[in-house]
Write a protein that binds this ligand. Structure first.
Ligand SMILES: Cc1cc2nc3c(=O)[nH]c(=O)nc-3n(C[C@H](O)[C@H](O)[C@H](O)COP(=O)(O)OP(=O)(O)OC[C@H]3O[C@@H](n4cnc5c(N)ncnc54)[C@H](O)[C@@H]3O)c2cc1C
Length: 322
């Protein structure tokens, strides 16, 4: 019995979610009084893993894992978990992980739950705490299968540095994981843009910005902060911004460290999708806007005055602090 942590990577680098997954997997293994192993697919982890102290990282390199393919990834995780005798598998709550975990659960006859926000509440029966109803409530879910797949919500656990030595081992898959049903021929990625799912900081604009021509200041603020850009639903519905930036209940979820909402009222459907963000800042003229109550910090003021000043201050801060 052991815990296997499935790491995600992009362009040969571990994703920022890895630190939290490793910290959670390590704490979970300690809670279960067992070992923690990590699995990295098509990504060398030599220089990026040592801070988290898992016993061993298994590296699998295969041409069939070059681009994300849910079936191939599930096959790989299944083989490694069986080889290492792992009956708890920790995955992220990314879209790719969700695609993969259903197939993996079916393959291993495992129980799969996602949106997990903490260490298990009990070992026997194995009970996890998960957020439900768009983060409005928690459910305590019992997982009764022998193999359990746990999808961890981003930013729910945090990162614990642990400098215990980590062994890195290459692993050759014995099974042929090439999917005959689905073959990824190539992948196009948007250059120079930070994805909302992976961003530490997200700058988001709403109808209070009056029109698409006013987005330059949002771009400038995102630029100076190294942030991803997002927007409310009406903004994308009106075509001011692309639908890929729409966040909320019917858009993308945001679980960034910092979420800055500018000219967004904070309707329940918007808040539902951004409430997993750690620190929420709102800039709004209306002190009664729902987002003001939901935010950690609020600036009551006109975005057209506040945002340019904020950009100037941040630029000056960056110059002063190198
Ligand atoms: C089924 C359903 C699903 C939905 N899903 C989503 C979703 O996923 N995401 C989403 O965002 N919405 C969603 N909505 C829509 C949601 O209910 C709200 O209508 C929407 O979020 C409002 O967008 P907004 O805050 O940009 O605009 P508004 O509600 O019009 O708010 C604009 C805000 O800007 C402020 N403001 C005005 N001028 C300025 C200024 N100069 N400076 C600073 N602040 C200013 C105002 O005080 C106001 O608070 C959904 C609705 C339904 C019915």
């Amino acid at each position: 019995m052991a815990v296997l942590i499935v790491l995600e990577s992009e362009n040969g680098e571990l994703k920022s979610s890895s630190g939290e997954l490793l910290s959670y997997g390590k704490a979970l293994a300690s809670f279960m009084e067992t070992d923690a192993f990590a699995l990295s697919m098509n990504c060398s982890v030599q220089n990026s893993i040592e801070k988290y102290g898992v016993q061993k990282v298994i590296e699998v390199h295969s041409e069939h894992l070059q681009s994300f393919n849910a079936k191939n990834y599930a096959d790989c995780v299944a083989e490694v978990s069986q080889k290492l005798n792992c009956d708890i598998i920790v995955v992220s709550s990314s879209t790719n992980s969700k695609y993969m975990s259903g197939i993996l659960a079916q393959k291993l006859e495992a129980a799969y739950t996602n949106n997990i926000v903490d260490l298990p509440l009990e070992k026997k029966p194995f009970t996890v705490k998960r957020s439900v109803y768009s983060n409005k409530a928690f459910a305590h879910t019992q997982m009764n299968a022998t193999v359990k797949i746990l999808g961890l919500t981003k930013n729910s656990f945090g990162q614990n540095v642990d400098h215990a030595a980590t062994e890195i081992e290459s692993f050759e898959l014995t099974a042929n994981i090439a999917s005959s049903a689905l073959e990824i021929k190539g992948q196009d990625t948007l250059e120079g843009q930070i994805s909302i799912a992976d961003a530490d900081v997200v700058v988001s604009g709403g109808r209070g910005l009056k029109g698409p021509d006013n987005w330059k200041m949002i771009e400038d603020l995102a630029d100076v902060l190294g942030a991803a850009m997002a927007c409310s639903k009406p903004v994308s519905d009106m075509g001011w911004r692309p639908h890929s930036e729409h966040v909320g209940q019917t858009g993308k979820p945001v679980a960034s460290n910092l979420y800055i909402a500018i000219g967004i009222s904070g309707a329940i459907q918007h808040l539902a999708g951004v409430s997993s963000s750690k620190v929420k800042v709102v800039i709004n003229t209306d002190p009664e806007a729902p987002f003001v109550k939901a935010a950690d910090y609020a600036v009551i003021g006109d975005a057209f005055e506040v945002v340019p000043q904020l950009i100037e201050k941040l630029k000056a801060f960056k110059i002063q602090n190198g």
